[in-house]
Design a protein around this ligand. Structure first.
Ligand code: ATP
Ligand code: MG
Length: 458
């Protein structure tokens, strides 16, 4: 079946060897292969309303406009794209003038967001080469080769050349239903290969995040990374240290929420990309309980994503960092701090350390800390306290987290079972479940440790 498709694409290429003449700036005739709809079989009905409106609006105004990148790739792979990007020869200002509900965003990479109800379409102007560009507001390149600003406009062929993988450099024109393929991306997709456009080492130096993208897209799409694309990754992994933490965070979030978090985490380790990025993957995956906990959490996330259920990034990062917190918590307790203050010190330490590499957005780190901070409260099973915990806005997330701790063997399953029973019981049954005041006091734990620390302090 795949072979047949490759053959069809190949034959169609031969038939259509006449070159597409693209007149973005009147200077270039491109080497794009034009692939007709009966060959690529993209179902136009799968395009979103916003994607059709945007390409239609731009074309009506006399510009070129194509659906580009991941959406075309996903459509060829018979997957429903999660969002649509549009490439055009109109400048951001021109795009902005055409669509009433649009705004120009970004500095490193200026583009336009066009809003259609719930849907946001990203429109980017064809990018060109940085050679000979001296204006710093358009092009800025670090000594390492990393592109700091990418706002040099160009024609479509140049735009295709600066995209990362051949599978991501495909342009679909909804009006003609043709795919324009500049780098044999369709053939690579059909052959199941993810291949970097150009020299992989140079391309990774320009943007080290492409290494993470290679791992993520290959895990998500089931594409094998081409050898020349894969080989340099471990040697260049350190380049990721120079990437701004907020950009790394966005990419890691995509990676963990791809529905293929486990494969991605394994692949990150295999390619040596986890060092320093998520120190927890270094340490945690080497300890049996830590590894089990992270694996359970990632599996859980994958199941939810694949069932179309929402996933909380705060919860996810809380799980990924939990065993770091446990280690630091113990350390602070050993230093003589009481459990709750020690936990809070540990939480701050882990969150701060992580922030240096990977800036977890504030709104997520707040959730993360709440989930951690509630864990000791599950041990208090007498009096009014359990009722209070049930009412806490983060109870559900903290309870799910508790169950993962039980499943991984970190704590006794009895505690999780008790809370499951308590939460589902009603009225008097709940009261019956309560533990007697004397035996439950968290101070039991505290006093034991207090004793120890008093001991060591003396
Ligand atoms: P996803 O399905 O996860 O959205 P994607 O390939 O669409 O994957 P986006 O971040 O949405 O990823 O990027 C859209 C397109 O922009 C890509 O398909 C690719 O053509 C181009 N692109 C994105 N990031 C880079 C990069 N770092 N270097 C070069 N091209 C890139
Ligand atoms: Mg995309």
């Amino acid at each position: 079946m795949i072979k047949k498709l490759i053959q069809r694409v190949f034959n169609s290429g031969k038939k259509q060897s006449k070159q597409a003449s693209l007149k973005s700036d009147g200077l270039t005739t491109s080497n794009a292969q034009r692939i007709a709809s009966k060959v690529h079989r993209i179902d136009k009905k799968l395009l979103s309303h916003g994607a059709l409106k945007t390409t239609g609006g731009l074309q009506k105004a006399g510009f070129e406009a194509f659906v580009v990148g991941g959406a075309v790739r996903d459509l060829l792979l018979k997957r429903r794209p999660k969002d649509f990007d549009i490439a055009t020869n109109a400048t951001p200002e021109q795009v902005n003038r055409i669509f009433r509900r649009s705004r120009i965003i970004g500095r490193r990479f200026r583009l336009v967001h066009v809003i259609f109800g719930e849907e946001t379409i990203e429109v980017s102007t064809f990018r060109g080469s940085h050679l000979n560009e001296e204006n710093e507001s358009r092009s800025k390149i670090a000594d390492s080769g990393r592109i700091l600003r990418d706002n040099v406009f160009g024609n479509q062929e140049e735009d295709a050349l600066r995209r990362d993988f051949t599978a991501n450099a495909l342009y679909y024109d909804p009006s003609t239903e043709e795919v324009l393929d500049f780098h044999q991306g369709v053939a690579d997709i059909q052959a199941g290969v993810l291949r970097m456009i150009g020299d992989p080492v140079t391309r990774y130096r320009e943007d080290p995040v492409r290494m993470l993208r290679a791992v993520r897209l290959s895990a998500k799409l089931g594409l094998a990374i081409d050898k020349a694309t894969e080989d340099p990754i471990p040697k260049l992994a350190d380049l990721l240290h120079d990437v701004p933490p907020s950009r790394l965070f966005d990419e890691m979030l995509k990676l963990f929420l791809s529905g293929h978090a486990i494969e991605s985490a394994v692949a990150l380790r295999k390619h040596g990309l986890h060092h320093g990025l998520l120190p927890l993957l270094d340490v945690v995956l080497e300890q049996p309980i830590g590894a089990k906990f992270v694996n359970l959490a990632l599996k859980n996330t994958d199941t939810r994503v694949n069932e179309g259920k929402p996933v909380s990034p705060g919860f996810l990062f809380a799980t990924l960092l939990w065993h770091e917190v446990l280690v630091a918590w113990q350390k602070y307790e050993k230093q003589g701090n009481r459990p709750m203050p020690a936990l809070h010190m540990a939480m701050t330490e882990v969150a701060d350390m992580q922030a240096e590499k990977l800036a977890i957005h504030k709104r997520y780190s707040a959730t993360m800390k709440e989930i951690w901070g509630l864990q000791p409260r599950f041990e208090m099973r007498a009096g009014k306290r359990p009722f209070g915990l049930l009412e806490h806005p983060r109870y559900r997330a903290a309870y799910d987290f508790l169950l993962l701790r039980c499943q991984s063997g970190e704590i006794s399953a009895e505690l999780g079972d008790w809370w499951t029973a308590f939460a589902s019981a009603d009225g008097e049954k709940r009261v019956d479940l309560l533990k007697p005041e004397t035996t439950q006091k968290p101070r039991r734990r505290r006093s034991r440790r207090k004793l120890k620390s008093a001991h060591s302090a003396s």
